[in-house]
Design a protein around this ligand. Structure first.
Ligand SMILES: Cc1cc2nc3c(=O)[nH]c(=O)nc-3n(C[C@H](O)[C@H](O)[C@H](O)COP(=O)(O)OP(=O)(O)OC[C@H]3O[C@@H](n4cnc5c(N)ncnc54)[C@H](O)[C@@H]3O)c2cc1C
Length: 520
């Protein structure tokens, strides 16, 4: 796997591919196709940091770990939302950091923070760079410069406790690296977001990420039992026991703090034994409502599989059209993926299968389930191919209680369609399931207007307001970043905002940590 992503596309450059002819035909029919010209990569803004600061940084970290060349700065500019990609494609590199610095230890991070406070430099912690909410775009006005704090050297497993089934991981480990190290011990974490290939342990913690197997293994924030975070006021160490009643849970203040309160340098996570068996199967439901009701039934009756996802009618139709169809009458309805992982899954598979059958599901079999598992990290590459042919495509997500699901679904779909026009395709799936509710994950495709960035920002604003107006969250797992701040403020209200600002003011009084990110 490549170690760096393409600066203006998703993922491993070797896997980038043109739109398959069959999909291109469909897209042409539904949305229209126009080639978007590649823009010459413009040069980066000059490095704004004073020479004496750069010398101090080099003394601290070593020459090799203070990088001011264009290439490193370019790939540490912003994240991977569609707006980020559109800006990069347009040659806009105005958010490039002045330098990329690579600490190796907690002590390095502490010293970096001290230096940043002294020189009033903004610090942007950088894990995998997969943020889709502007979490890597710190405010630069009023600062002596911006440093991307690249955690790529902090990739160790520090401690393995097989009795308690916990391990201490460093923040710079990417998903596959962490799982490979754990697999050597017969262990696994089980956190598989779609950005798995590039996103890191520190990023998962800082954004409260949720993976595709959350039904079985939980969200990342439920996996973290302890963590270490360096702040300008000293180091926060929390989580000395599996559970406690010692005041509010301060782990939750660090989880989801998106670099605004400190830099997470280690997390102790609970782990599982590597599953001996993995089975993924596909089911078909006559409608999104019927499938959602079946999911609710499973979650409220102790029948949760490891993976549980449901596509709506539109997403199911597109999915079937763009892949070789499996199963005779599988077209139509709604596709559900149900995965079981564990020591021996047959009994559970039978129980869940019987329930799904009773609830109106038709089993399509394991072939389609296996195809889902095989292609589970590939969809983001398709976004680039669609952007290449003039299709605006982006995803957004939210969550609500079961009783409010349909209202939210309709409100967001209507907002997107009204904002982007009749030709808009809005696809949705239920991506994460709880006893009390679920998350809705939307994919939107529309013909690109001349100013695709403005077009999307307007649509996103409409959809975001629709989420809040429908009493749902602005984000179930993508975090706040800079993009969600106005709606986050509405979601948590005035008192919530005051609490966050008070913590920020106390821990980071000079505001060097990811300024402008997360705190409304
Ligand atoms: C194609 C694609 C698919 C995605 N799929 C999913 C998905 O299925 N589930 C999901 O939850 N998310 C998903 N995301 C969003 C993203 O991958 C997650 O938010 C992920 O957790 C970010 O991890 P990262 O290492 O890339 O962090 P980065 O993008 O590098 O950083 C994210 C934020 O956290 C801060 N940060 C990073 N490391 C630290 C640290 N050690 N200490 C303090 N702050 C830190 C950064 O400053 C930034 O604000 C997807 C993104 C893309 C582009």
């Amino acid at each position: 796997m490549s170690t760096e992503m393409h600066p203006s596309r998703w993922g491993n450059p070797a896997e980038a591919a043109a739109l398959p002819e069959s999909t291109r035909g469909l897209v042409e029919l539904a949305l229209g196709v126009r080639e978007t010209p590649a823009v010459e990569q413009v040069s980066l803004p000059p490095v704004g940091l004073a020479d004496d600061v750069l010398s101090e940084l080099r003394e601290l970290l070593g020459d090799d770990f203070v990088l001011t060349d264009d290439e490193h700065r370019r790939v540490r500019t912003r994240g991977k939302s569609t707006p980020d990609l559109l800006k990069a494609r347009a040659g806009d590199l105005t958010d490039a950091p002045d330098a990329v610095v690579r600490p190796a230890t907690h002590g390095d991070v502490v010293a970096l923070i001290e230096l940043a406070v002294r020189h009033h430099i903004a610090l942007v912690p950088f894990g995998g760079g997969t943020s889709v909410t502007g979490g890597l775009v710190a405010r630069r006005e009023g600062y002596a410069g911006v440093l991307s704090v690249d955690l790529i050297r902090m990739k160790g497993i520090r401690e393995v406790d097989k009795v308690s089934m916990t391990v201490v991981l460093e923040p710079g480990l990417r998903g596959p690296e962490a799982e490979a190290l754990l697999a050597e011990q017969g262990l696994m974490l089980g956190h598989f977001p779609q950005s798995f290939e590039f996103a890191t342990i520190g990023g998962f913690a800082a954004t409260r990420s949720s993976g595709q197997s959350s039904a079985g293994y939980g969200r990342f924030d439920t996996m973290v039992v302890a963590l270490t975070m360096a702040t300008p006021q000293g180091t926060l160490e929390v989580g000395s026991s599996p559970a406690n009643a010692a005041g509010p849970d301060l782990r939750q203040l660090a989880l989801g703090s998106e670099g605004a309160f400190g830099i997470i340098t280690a997390v102790r996570v609970r782990v599982k034994a590597l599953p001996a068996e993995k089975v993924y199967e596909a089911w078909q439901f006559p409608s999104f409502d019927a499938g959602a009701d079946a999911m609710r039934h499973l979650s409220q009756n102790g029948l949760m599989p490891t993976v549980l996802r449901l596509s709506d009618e539109n997403e199911t139709a597109l999915n079937l059209a763009s892949q070789s169809e499996v199963g005779g009458d599988s077209a139509g309805g709604c596709l559900m993926i149900v995965g079981h992982e564990g020591v021996s899954v047959a009994a559970r598979q039978a129980l869940v299968g019987a329930a799904l059958g009773e609830l109106g599901g038709t089993r399509l079999g394991e072939e389609r389930g296996a195809a889902w598992a095989e292609g589970r990290f590939h969809a983001p590459y398709l976004r680039d191919s669609l952007l290449d042919v003039g299709v605006l495509v982006e995803t957004l997500e939210t969550a609500t209680f079961w009783s409010n699901r349909d209202r939210l679904y309709k409100a967001v779909t209507a907002a997107l369609t009204e904002a982007l026009g009749e030709k808009t395709l809005v696809l949705c799936h239920i991506s994460h399931v709880y006893e009390t509710g679920c998350s809705l994950y939307f994919t939107v495709a529309a013909p690109q207007a001349d100013d695709a960035l403005e077009q999307w920002l307007a649509a996103k604003a409409r959809a975001s307001q629709a989420m809040i107006d429908a009493d749902a969250t602005i984000t179930h797992h993508h975090a706040v970043g800079t993009d969600h701040k106005p709606w986050f403020a509405q979601e948590i209200g005035e008192v919530g905002v005051r609490i966050l600002r008070a913590v920020k003011a106390d821990l980071d009084p000079t505001g060097v940590l990811n300024p402008g990110v997360m705190i409304p």
